[in-house]
Structures are given as C-alpha cells and as structure tokens.
Design a protein around this ligand. Structure first.
Ligand code: SIN
Ligand code: NI
Length: 260
C-alpha cells in the first residue's frame, strides 16, 4: 500500500477545526476483503506478541474485544497497520514532518449485551508528552447507530487533556467541569461504509454506540504520533517492559516505525 492519496485542502481544514474528519474509499474492495480475513485470523492467534489488555475483565468485553499490535503477529496485518498510504494521510492532516506508528488496535464490538464505548479522549491513556497523536478508525463492516458507529464532539480537542475515563464504569461526560463547551456542542454521528475511515485527534471527545445487531462490528484503528514525540514513562501496557524506551526521550526504534 505505497500509493498516496492527496487530500483536498478542505478535508485538512475540517480536521484542524473540528478534531476529526471522514475520508471515503481509503482502501479498495480487494484490500478490504484481505483485511477482514487477516483481522479475523489475528484476533484468534493464541501465542501472541500482541497485547490483549482486557481478556480477564468480563465487563470490558461487553464494551470491546481488542488486540494491540497485531502487525507483530500477522504479516498480513502489517500491510495495513504499517501502510505508508494511511500514515501519509495522518501526515497531511497534522502537518507533522514525520509520522510513526504507536500501535495498531483491532476493536471488535461483539453482539449480545453490547455496551457503548463511553465518551472519552484518547491522549490520557498514552504515555506521551506532546499532544499531537491521532487515530485512524477504519471499519471492516458498514457502521451506523445500530452496530457501533462513532460520534465526535466537534472542536472538543481545544479543551486540552482531561482525566482518563474508566471505560467500564465511566463517569459521565457531564462530570468534567472543564468540559462545559464540550457539553454545549452537539455531537456529530458518523455512519460509514466499510473502507471509509475517520481520523480523530487524541484530544477529541468520541463515543461509539452499542452493537445491537447479531454480527461483530469490526474495526482497525491505528494510533499515529508525530516523529519526535517524547515518552513520559507513565504506565502503558506496551511500553512498561520495553527496554528500547527511556522516559524523557523520543518514542522511536523498530517497534514504533517511521512510516511517513
Ligand atoms: C470503539 O471502536 O468502540 C472505540 C474506538 C475509540 O475509542 O477510539
Ligand atoms: Ni478512543
């Protein structure tokens, strides 16, 4: 996936103003079919380099089944998670000089007693000093309000970093005193066709609906960061035992490759 997509100026401007943007047709139908197959395989690999943070937490599995860093287990996933084309979109949106991958993230919202993913920002979970990190969220199935599409609060990236939300027992968005402007802004619901995607800033408030259908809602998210992003040393499942990282130094090296 080395071809690049040149984004229209208005998409870039929309992203910078609103903290998210929808981009259609970023992968082909053929690539999508390959990705579906790779993702389903990667979710079931038993002996794994990837991390499955919430396996033991039954409450969490009603929100999401997830795996980090599937590209390390499955060569097929690396075609997508380390894709130059997708990382280059992050570069254009942020205007960063270079983009590294922090990790990939398969997010399956399973049918049966499904819970929404509560309102949250992503940055409070990541051990990064700067705030430029962002995610692509690429559904492998068409998504709408019935099976777990996302909502974003436009412009909410401007409130800055608030406390992390417990995704199983969330405090309400309304619990954040600082977030009055967030509460007073109407969220945008983003139904999408598989193969389209959204990008969202790590500070943008977002939410995903519960899955009330009888099929999994499958998503590949990839977390990108500007090259030079500094590791804070704060706890994180992927970084805690990584000898290549030093608090106060940039997150770099072969586990966080520079892609664009
Ligand atoms: C979800 O896919 O349900 C949530 C994704 C996110 O929080 O970025
Ligand atoms: Ni999130």
């Amino acid at each position: 996936m080395h071809s690049t997509i040149a984004l229209q100026e208005e998409k870039i401007a929309f992203y910078r103003q609103n903290g998210f943007v929808q981009l259609d047709g970023v992968i082909s139908e053929e690539e999508l079919n390959e990705l579906r197959q790779c993702a389903d395989e990667a979710m079931h690999i038993e002996v794994s380099q990837s991390a499955q943070p919430d396996k033991a937490n039954r409450g969490y599995s009603r929100v999401l089944n997830q795996r980090f860093n599937t590209w390390r287990d499955h060569g097929g996933m690396s075609r997508f998670s380390l894709s130059h084309r997708l990382a280059n979109l992050a570069k254009q949106l942020t205007g960063a000089d270079g983009i590294r991958v922090f990790h990939d993230h398969l997010l399956y919202k399973m049918p049966g007693d499904s819970k929404p993913t509560p309102w949250h920002q992503d940055i409070p979970y990541w051990p990064m000093k700067e705030r430029g990190a962002l995610s692509i969220w690429l559904p492998l199935d068409d998504v709408d309000e019935r099976n777990g599409c996302m909502m974003f609060v436009p412009g909410s990236q401007h409130v800055g970093k608030l406390n992390a939300v417990d995704l199983v027992n969330p405090q309400d968005l309304y619990a954040f005193e600082e977030s009055e402007s967030v509460r007073n802004t109407r969220p945008v619901i983003v139904p999408m066709k598989a193969g389209s995607c959204t990008f969202h800033d790590g500070l943008t408030f977002h939410y995903a609906h519960a899955n009330h259908t009888d099929k999994p809602r499958r998503v590949l998210a990839i977390i990108y960061m500007p090259d030079g992003t500094i590791y804070t040393g704060e706890p994180h499942i992927l970084c805690d035992h990584d000898p290549s990282l030093t608090a106060g130094a940039p997150i770099a090296g072969p586990l966080y490759p520079k892609l664009a």
